[in-house]
Each structure stands twice: as structure tokens, then as C-alpha cells.
Design a protein around this ligand. Structure first.
Ligand SMILES: [Zn+2]
Length: 43
């Protein structure tokens, strides 16, 4: 998976929120975080 902003490589990361753990993708170049749920909501 590549970053939409800069085309950089993204890796999976688990973040912890009040709702529980959440799997997201983080860009190693610009730090962009893509949450699969957020991506769905934007459409
Ligand atoms: Zn990026």
C-alpha cells in the first residue's frame, strides 16, 4: 500500500483509542495516517 499524498511506503500500525484498538496505515515519509474506517466515511 502506498500513501495518497506522497506515494511513500505505508506500514500497519495499531493505535489505541477510547473505543479500543484500531488498525491503521501510517506513511513512513510524511506521517499520513489512513484509517480504513475514515477512508470509508469520506466516500
Ligand atoms: Zn506520505
Amino acid at each position: 500500500m502506498t500513501c495518497r499524498k506522497c506515494g511513500g511506503l505505508m506500514y500497519k500500525e495499531v493505535i489505541y483509542t477510547q473505543q479500543g484498538s484500531l488498525l491503521v496505515f501510517r506513511c513512513i515519509h510524511c506521517g499520513e495516517i489512513i484509517d480504513p474506517l475514515i477512508v470509508t466515511n469520506r466516500r
